[in-house]
Structure formats: structure tokens, C-alpha cells
Design a protein around this ligand. Structure first.
Ligand SMILES: [Zn+2]
Length: 368
């Protein structure tokens, strides 16, 4: 009994410490995102069923089918633990924590692992612009077939409606209600899995294939305020795509350039540089009235993004600066000016993950 309480106490303390830190950082502005509230107690049935172990015997057993956790003991895993076990055996990984969690009627254990990963300097020189969106998850500037959006949630909406209705008719506390609850949860879990799978495939392909990826910094939270677009946008998981690209580009030695959200990638003609004043969302084809080019809207945007960085890479001193050795400050006033509505002045900047110096150099390019 005593030991049990102590074990439980340690688990709480780690969680409490992290929750308090998040709360404190959020209050002091050290943490991005939505404000974090003061930690509250978990409640069974309301909070997610999850538990994190940071101390004690966390082991991957040598048969590669079992793991050992403190207080719980040996558990059989559905998947082989081979990849992790190999890394542990040759000493390139160290387990920091194990988290048990439930998704629908399945239990998962995930390990937080410190891994020594060889980051190879990239010799890939190809530059590609990636336009992300709802219709297609990604459209590449090199003319490759667009990567379709799986629309995982949209495809399961019919089922979700039916099962939700069924659940609402079930009696509280009954076994059948519990069964229906799990069925509903499984549909949601499946949609999430399909989405995650598609995002992983896209981002791994992009990060391994190209040397430089150019994407746009989208104001997703702002777009979500549009109630006609919100569901489709969340279904696409665009923020997750960006997050995955960021760490995968780091892993595979590619460069990720994020272009400022006020760069007119869709409104600009990728052939002659003319900027359209107005472009509605249902205009799927970009028609240039100056040079007469007609292109798919997303392809046009992707080409603009690629061109932006390709222009910078061609000229001399910018690339020297872009290595990050001699970082020149941005031109005074240019990056800090907010875009004024209707003024026609669009100061925008680009930032690269790991390459800070790109911002001033791309501003040079914009003047031309
Ligand atoms: Zn044109």
C-alpha cells in the first residue's frame, strides 16, 4: 500500500511540475499558443486515460515482444520492438520516459527516447515550392502529380452521424452504451490514423527528395474562423504537415524555407510577375491578363514559392550570407511594417529553419 501511494505520488509530481511550468511560462509570455490554465485534477471518464513513467524499470525485453514498466510489470506488445531494441543494444538510444495511453479500445505505449542521429549535410540542390491546401494536400512546383488529400474525416462523417445517434439513444451506464462508445471512438481513431499516415508519407518523401523546400506560412488559426472552411481545414491537418516537415528536413539534411504569409503567392503570375488585385477562392485556374498564361491556381502558387528562393540562390553575396556566418540585419523598418490595407505596399519576409540570414537576402530579391 505504502509503495503504491509513493509510486502514484511520483507520477503526479512529474506531471504537476510540467503543468505548473507550462502555466507559468504561458503567463509570462515564454510559451507560444493559447493561454494555459492552472493545473486541475484529472477525472476518470473525462480526462484521457494516460499515464507517464519517468523513473523505475522501463525496459524493452530481449525477445522484442515484451516491455517492462514499473508497477505494471511485463506487457506484451502487438508490434515488434525491434527498431528500438536495436538502438538500445548498440547504445545510440536512451529511454527517458514511457507513456501509456488509450485510444478507442486499444492501449498504446510510447517511449520518449534520446537518439543519436547522424545528420548528413545535404548535397541535394533541387529547390521545390510546395503549396499546401485542402483540395490537394500538396502541389509541387516541379509539375509532379499533386498529392491528394485523404479527407479522412469527411469520408467517415456518415458513419459518425449514425453511431453518434445510436450512442445518444443508449441508456446511461449500460453495457451497450459502453460498446457504442468504443465503436464511435474507433471511427474517430481510424480517421486520425489515415490522416497521420498520409501526412507522414508526404513529408518523408518531400524531405528526402529535395534539397530546399519552400512553403508558405499560413495563418491556420485565422482561417479556422471561417465556419465553411474550418472542418475541411482541420481534416487536412496542415499545421501537422508543417511540423513534420520541420523536423524531417532537419533529419534528412534538407532546408525548409518558410515564406511570410503576406507574400502574394496565389495572386502573382509565376511567368511574368504581375500581381492580381483580387482572386476568389473558387477561381481554380490562374489567368494572367498581362502575359496570357493560364495555370492551375495551386501550381502557380507553388512555382512562385520556388522562384522566390531560386532567384536568391543564383546571385553571389546572398548565398555567402545565407550560410549564417555574416548575418546582416534586416533593412530598418521593412520587416516591422505591417501591411496596410489597400496601400499596395506588401513588405514580406522569409525565414529559413536553421538559416536565419535568408530574410534580408530575399528582401533584396523582392525589390527587383
Ligand atoms: Zn503573366
Amino acid at each position: 500500500m505504502g509503495r503504491e501511494q509513493q509510486g502514484g505520488l511520483f507520477l503526479c509530481l512529474d506531471g504537476l511540475a510540467r503543468a505548473l511550468k507550462n502555466w507559468c511560462d504561458s503567463r509570462n509570455g515564454r510559451r507560444k499558443g493559447r493561454p494555459i490554465g492552472f493545473p486541475t485534477r484529472k477525472k476518470k471518464g473525462r480526462a484521457p486515460d494516460t499515464c507517464r513513467f519517468t523513473t523505475g524499470a522501463i525496459k524493452v525485453l530481449p525477445d522484442r515482444k515484451h516491455i517492462q514498466l514499473p508497477r505494471i510489470g511485463v506487457l506484451k506488445t502487438q508490434e515488434s520492438t525491434r527498431k528500438l531494441a536495436r538502438r538500445l543494444d548498440c547504445g545510440t538510444a536512451r529511454i527517458l520516459a514511457a507513456t501509456l495511453s488509450r485510444q478507442a479500445d486499444r492501449w498504446f505505449v510510447s517511449f520518449t527516447v534520446e537518439v543519436e542521429r547522424a545528420v548528413h549535410p545535404s548535397n541535394k540542390t533541387s529547390i521545390v515550392g510546395v503549396d499546401v491546401g485542402v483540395r490537394n494536400l500538396a502541389v509541387l512546383s516541379n509539375g509532379a502529380p499533386p498529392i491528394p488529400n485523404p479527407r479522412a474525416l469527411e469520408h467517415s462523417l456518415r458513419k459518425l452521424r449514425r453511431v453518434s445517434r445510436e450512442l445518444s439513444r443508449r441508456q446511461f451506464g449500460s453495457k451497450r452504451r459502453q460498446r457504442t462508445r468504443y465503436r464511435l471512438a474507433r471511427i474517430h481513431a481510424r480517421a486520425a490514423n489515415l490522416r497521420r499516415d498520409a501526412l507522414h508519407k508526404v513529408t518523408t518523401n518531400l524531405a528526402t527528395e529535395f534539397g530546399t523546400l519552400v512553403i508558405e506560412d499560413l495563418n491556420i488559426a485565422g482561417l479556422l474562423c471561417n465556419r465553411r472552411l474550418a472542418r475541411a481545414l482541420t481534416d487536412a491537418g496542415l499545421r501537422e504537415l508543417r511540423r513534420m516537415l520541420t523536423y524531417k528536413c532537419h533529419w534528412y539534411g534538407s532546408r525548409l524555407v518558410v515564406v511570410d504569409r503576406f507574400f502574394p503567392s496565389s495572386k502573382r503570375c509565376s511567368a511574368c510577375g504581375w500581381v492580381k488585385a483580387k482572386l476568389t477562392l473558387d477561381e481554380r485556374t490562374f489567368n494572367c491578363t498581362v502575359c496570357g498564361v493560364a495555370l492551375d491556381r495551386d501550381l502557380n502558387a507553388a512555382r512562385n514559392l520556388a522562384k522566390l528562393v531560386a532567384d536568391v540562390a543564383q546571385s553571389g553575396w546572398e548565398t555567402r550570407n545565407a550560410r549564417g556566418v555574416d548575418v546582416r540585419p534586416s533593412f530598418a523598418g521593412q520587416t516591422t511594417i505591417k501591411r496596410e490595407a489597400g496601400s499596395g505596399h506588401r513588405p514580406w519576409k522569409a525565414s529559413a529553419v536553421g538559416v536565419q540570414a535568408l530574410a534580408p537576402t530575399i528582401e533584396m530579391a523582392s525589390g527587383s
